[in-house]
Design a protein around this ligand. Sequence first.
Ligand code: CO
Length: 160
Amino acid sequence: MALRQIVKFGEDILRKKSRPVTNFDERLWTLLDDMAETMRSKDGAGLAAVQVGVLRRAVVIDVHDEHGLIELINPEIISEEGTQTGGEGCLSAPNVWEEVQRPNIVTVKAQDRNGREFTLTGSALLARAFCHEIDHLDGILFIDHVKNDGIPGHSDVTSK
Ligand code: CO
């Protein structure tokens, strides 16, 4: 395993759409292992492959609940329920923290590292992590969900 460099807000790649994972091989497993190690080294709750410069639909999440480390390959949100509003940050923007509204219960369909399909339902922080990380796969950043409050310096970190 190895730590990978995290891409920061303002870099074009974060706005690109990631491609589906088609090969469930050694290369993917190394990527996933490296992503988990990189996320943990920064005390993050989630990391998408694009954040380490790989435009593939792969995500790791660990919100320190009973699920432990979750790997989502080619994930899709299949249902959402309720709303929650809370603080949210991103390893690609270490000093940005904003209130973001998200669904409170989210079910995802995804594949595991061997290509087997599964569904998983999360609430609260896990639901938030599902939404945040899956957004990354489509080039969407959490600040896109923040209503502009008109204060210069807020919510404009992507404009450079
Ligand atoms: Co993020």
